[in-house]
Design a binder for this molecule. Structure first.
Ligand code: SAH
Length: 339
């Protein structure tokens, strides 16, 4: 067990179980996330006997950074986990701050046809601490503050729901990493029951849905999850989400040449999202060596964009980062493990 996997509430319960006080749990939380200690020996205001027990129960060990690739506005990290598995995190420097794309699983079981991460099945879920440490390690390594977090790296976050929620609670807590909920985005391929659970969480965290197709026939071909949760169910649960949270939802739509980038797809997409409080993020496809899909031309992307605009759909085209350094989801890990 690792100390970075505990929410403040869990830490308080643990301290009570030791016969100590909640107050000391809050002190420890502040040592971890405000003062950023790397060893329990740095703590000066908690009794030695208690700290010895904490050290027995919870390691304070970091993750190992095995590779860093830097470009002007992007920096990609490959981490080795204690069982020898690898995960990636990508830091993007925006004008509004530093945004980190974190991984939620080793591998992924969703099997989206265009995605590098899904080529190898899920090995395991990431533990909460392995998600938290992606942020802590990179802040330390680059001596920066990360202001935005997107859970869009390797894995399907809603297939690791409990650990994800604890991660969100830790990084959002004012005494934890204090990253504002509105600066955190979770992206899912559309696991409907988990979207429903997420709506009830009462956190103001942004939700992004990987849509990628405007009808069931095409979406099921690209994303097997659509066979379990077709568009009708997905849109219905999003309506619930929007009603409950009063928020906006983001749809991600990768443009794949000759597959989902036609005028009729654009028109169908407008119909699908009509009356939903949403915006659409068009994503130029990052081509990868193992997969045959090609990116749409800029001309086609603009044409698609114009149709959405004309239909008064909120739409943006995603700024591209790091295609020169294999920043597309899962590519660095694939190279490392020569998959
Ligand atoms: N499993 C989650 C989060 C991880 S994927 C999800 O599906 O949303 C993050 C985003 O990157 C998804 O929208 C995914 O469809 C997209 N993506 C995957 N491979 C890509 C590629 N080669 N180029 C561009 N986007 C890609």
């Amino acid at each position: 067990m690792n100390i970075y996997g505990l929410t403040l509430l869990e830490l308080e319960d643990y301290f009570l179980s030791l016969g100590s006080k909640k107050f000391h749990a809050r002190q420890l939380f502040s040592w971890l996330y405000e003062k950023r200690i790397t060893s329990y020996s740095e703590i000066t205001d908690i009794k030695k006997e208690i700290l010895e027990q904490v050290e027995k129960d919870y390691a304070i060990s970091p993750l190992r950074i095995v590779q860093v690739q830097k470009d002007v506005d992007v920096c990609k990290f490959l981490f080795a986990l204690s069982d020898g598995e690898h995960i990636e995190a990508v830091l993007m420097k925006h004008d509004y701050g530093n945004s980190l794309c974190v991984s939620s699983q080793v591998g992924c079981n969703m099997g989206c046809r265009f995605c590098e991460s899904g080529r190898r099945k899920k090995v395991r879920n990431l533990e909460t601490y392995e998600m938290v440490l992606q942020i802590l390690m990179i802040e330390k390594e680059l001596e920066i503050r990360i202001s935005h977090v997107v859970v869009m790296g390797i894995g399907e976050p809603f297939d690791n729901y409990e650990n994800l929620v604890k991660f969100l609670q830790i990084i959002n807590h004012p005494k934890g990493l204090a990253i504002g909920a509105r600066h955190i985005t979770v992206s899912t391929c559309g696991i409907v029951p988990k979207i429903r659970a997420f709506s009830n969480l009462d956190l103001q965290i942004n939700l992004a849905i990987s849509l990628h197709a405007p009808n069931d026939q095409l979406r099921s071909q690209l994303m097997p999850i659509n066979q379990a949760y077709p568009l009708k169910e997905l849109i219905a649960v999003l309506k619930e989400y929007l009603e409950k949270t009063n928020r906006r939802v983001t749809f991600e739509y990768i443009l794949l040449k000759g597959v989902n980038d036609s005028v009729s797809c654009a028109e169908e997409l407008c119909q699908l999202v009509k009356n939903l409080n949403c915006y659409i993020n068009l994503i130029p496809y990052n081509e990868t060596t193992h997969i045959d899909f090609k990116r749409s031309s800029m001309f086609q992307i603009m044409k698609f964009y114009d149709i959405l605009k004309k239909n008064k759909v909120n739409v943006t085209i995603r700024k591209e980062f790091g295609s020169s350094i294999s920043a597309a989801c899962g590519q660095l890990r694939s190279k490392k493990e020569e998959l």
